[in-house]
Design a protein around this ligand. Structure first.
Ligand SMILES: Cc1ncc(COP(=O)(O)O)c(C=O)c1O
Length: 385
């Protein structure tokens, strides 16, 4: 049988060549074989590359190998699996049987540590708990949501103090947790992880000079179903593909447009347009994520209405053609990031430069993160520095 023949194959290349030579030499015999059998016989007798096993590592060898991966800008990790915080990057891992990996059954959020304060922590924790409810995740610190919020805040604060930074990004995940490789979370222990890190890779010119952006056709990357689009789950493959498709076309993050020609959101950012009528518009949170930054930007923009720089702020459907005709167009996310879009699908937006509203809002968001009063959480040990 085929299995037997393949296990009988000669391992050494030279021996294989010898066999091939014999095969040619006995051509007379083989000539009598049907072509298909001959091809199969030859295929099975092509010398196989000898297998090279990977080593079985000891506990310390494994640890040393992880340590060699070096510092990747991760400062501290809290893990409910260990019940504490580590600042050793090599130990910042999650169990392989955690359903965050096994089935992508987890939700997350990100908060900015700015000037020793966790900027609008409550808003981010509330969105995490809402996402968790939609994802039918059990909470890690008992059943009471309020108690969970407090313990999560403690975990986040502890990780920040251990990181000993005044400014950083803090991403936290709530997972169905480790337990098995099954489908449902039955038998798993819910897990909570908090990572304090140095921020996402970005280019400073995105803010100062703006970005070129493109729309990504639905045929190339479909939009998420409503359930996944409105919660912040770890299922971000479509977001990644949107951004990759955008880069392929000379864009940056990639904008999704629905079947009716209405703008939705970028891969991980909300979109805002300033019309020639002076109205600041952003799409309703329907089939997209309720971004915390765009919500704050709308509140802060009220001061620009008062000053007469804007005529109104409105959350309403935004057509792609309105975006092309806008005075200014920009993306917001991550509490303080605002990226002006200076070209969309190759067409200049406004005068093709960074507009005055973009600049003012950028400043308002940055100031708010450093000194504003909303629902921030001060970390005394870091603020005092
Ligand atoms: C899909 C998506 N839309 C919008 C946003 C913007 O949300 P936020 O302003 O809360 O960062 C994000 C943020 O990660 C996102 O992933």
């Amino acid at each position: 049988g085929e299995g037997c023949l393949s296990t009988c194959r000669l391992r050494e290349p030279a021996a294989g060549m010898l066999r091939l030579g014999i095969a040619c030499g006995v051509g007379g015999v083989l000539a009598g074989l049907p072509l298909a059998r001959l091809v199969r016989w030859l295929r099975l007798n092509v010398p196989a590359r000898p297998s090279t096993p990977f080593p079985l590592l000891s506990h310390s060898e494994w640890g040393e190998a992880l340590a060699r991966h070096g510092d990747r800008g991760m400062f501290a990790l809290f893990s409910s699996v260990t019940g504490g915080v580590t600042t050793d990057a090599a130990l910042m891992t999650v169990p392989i049987d955690d359903h965050i990996i096994v089935r992508g059954h987890a939700v997350f959020d990100t908060v900015t540590l700015c000037n020793g304060r966790l900027y609008r922590l409550t808003i981010h924790l509330e969105r995490l708990l809402k996402s968790a409810e939609s994802a039918r995740l059990r909470l890690p610190f008992g059943d009471d949501p309020q108690h969970n919020k407090e313990r999560m805040r403690d975990a986040i604060e502890s990780a920040c103090v251990a990181a000993d930074r005044q400014d950083a990004d803090v991403r936290f995940w709530l997972s169905a947790g480790p337990g098995n490789l099954g489908v449902t979370p039955a038998g798993c222990t819910p897990a909570f992880y908090v990572l304090v890190f140095g921020g996402l890779p970005s280019d400073p010119t995105w803010t100062t000079e703006g970005i070129s952006e493109v729309t990504v056709p639905l045929e190339e990357v479909p939009v998420k179903p409503k359930l996944l689009a409105e919660l912040k789950s770890t299922n971000y493959m479509l977001n990644a593909l949107t951004s990759m498709a955008a880069r392929d076309r000379g864009g940056t993050f990639g904008l999704a447009v629905d079947n009716g020609g209405m703008l939705m959101e970028a891969c991980t950012l909300n979109v805002v347009a300033i019309g020639t009528d002076g109205v600041m518009r952003t799409p309703p949170f329907d089939n997209i994520l309720a971004g915390t930054t765009v919500r704050r930007a709308m509140q802060l923009a009220d001061s620009l209405v008062s000053s007469g720089d804007l005529t109104a702020v409105s959350q309403e459907p935004l057509a792609l053609k309105q975006a092309y005709a806008a005075k200014e167009l920009f993306l917001v996310a991550g509490d303080t990031h605002l990226y002006p879009i200076t070209r969309l699908d190759g067409k200049p937006i406004g005068d093709g430069g960074v507009g005055p509203i973009s600049r003012q809002l950028m400043q308002l968001l940055t100031n708010d993160a450093r000194t504003g009063e909303d629902c921030h959480h001060d970390i005394p040990a870091l603020c005092r520095k």
